[in-house]
Design a protein around this ligand. Structure first.
Ligand SMILES: [Zn+2]
Length: 297
């Protein structure tokens, strides 16, 4: 089962008031593969969606349409009987003669029903990506009119989706995680909405941790580069006549640095027989480096 399929199952199993259930059925029929005088049909990979579609049409024409399985293993519900179609269209307030595939807002009577209607549309032509991978929810529509109407529905939710034309389909999509969360909750997919919130929190935490780790590793790199430079200088100065040739003040820190490149200036400062400040250690290392540079001239 795909992630989107799980979301659809969750939407279907959500319990709704009767007015909302009818609005969802309407959305499911109107946004299906075809909704016209000639055929009302749905093609889906999700068996529960196919059953919901068959139930929706049954509630409007009292005739059960059987599920078919396509060659590609998808579920198909195809209503082609003229009488049955006319009954469905009539019950949804469409005039068969002047039929236009647009939303009849009379079928969405209350504000509660808008969310259920969007849920029906989502079941018919929507998909959502696993929020662990990407924030993306979309509806793929066959006409510009439906696309405009759906955007109007989102206006009710104060969600501003984007639209685009892809492969001959009008796509209404949302990438804003808060808007996706809002819509999923409205459609009855609370569990998925919670999962999205969790994914978002996890991402925020991970980003913070990454920033810290990057910061610390940059610091570490700088420290290693400095210590390497100090070691090189000490080796250069003591190659010929040994460490005892260094002025007394510098001998001990040179010895400690040679022994361990990972020691920080602060650690070295504490390890000296007569502890000095960190800046004192750094000052002595600068002196060593300067001496090494001068010895080359
Ligand atoms: Zn309602």
């Amino acid at each position: 089962m795909s992630f989107a399929s799980d979301v659809k199952n969750e939407i279907i199993s959500f319990e709704r008031a009767e007015c909302c259930q009818s609005a969802m059925n309407y959305g499911l029929l109107l946004f299906a593969r075809s909704f016209s005088k000639d055929s009302i049909s749905l093609l889906t990979e999700n068996e529960s969606v196919a059953n919901a579609f068959a139930d929706a049409s049954f509630s409007l024409c009292n005739k059960k349409t059987p599920l078919q399985i396509s060659d590609a293993g998808k579920y198909k519900v195809n209503i082609e009987d003229g009488v049955q179609i006319a009954e469905i269209l009539n019950n949804l307030g469409y005039d068969v003669k002047s039929f236009k595939r647009r939303i009849n807002f009379a079928n969405i009577p209350d504000s509660c029903c808008f969310s259920a209607f969007a849920a029906g549309a989502f079941l018919a032509c929507g998909t959502v990506t696993d929020p662990d991978k990407e924030y993306h929810l979309e509806f793929s529509l066959s006409t510009k009119g439906l696309c405009d109407d759906l955007v109007k529905i989102f206006d009710e939710f104060e969600i501003q989706p984007k639209t685009t034309l892809r492969g001959g389909a009008y796509v209404v999509y949302i990438k804003n995680s808060n808007d996706i969360e809002e819509l999923l909750t409205r459609m009855g997919a609370m569990e998925t909405a919670m999962q999205l919130m969790g994914a978002k929190m996890f991402k925020d935490i991970r980003n913070t941790v990454n920033r810290k780790v990057n910061f610390e590793s940059a610091n570490l790199e700088r420290a290693v580069a400095a210590a390497t430079k100090q070691q090189d200088a000490i080796i250069k100065l003591t190659e010929k006549s040994g460490i005892d040739s260094l002025p007394e003040q510098l001998r001990e820190i040179a010895r400690l640095r040679l022994a361990d490149i990972q020691l920080s200036s602060a650690e070295i400062a504490k390890m000296l027989p007569e502890p000095i400040s960190v800046s004192g250690v750094n000052h002595r290392f600068r002196k060593i480096i300067k001496m090494a540079e001068e010895s080359e001239k």
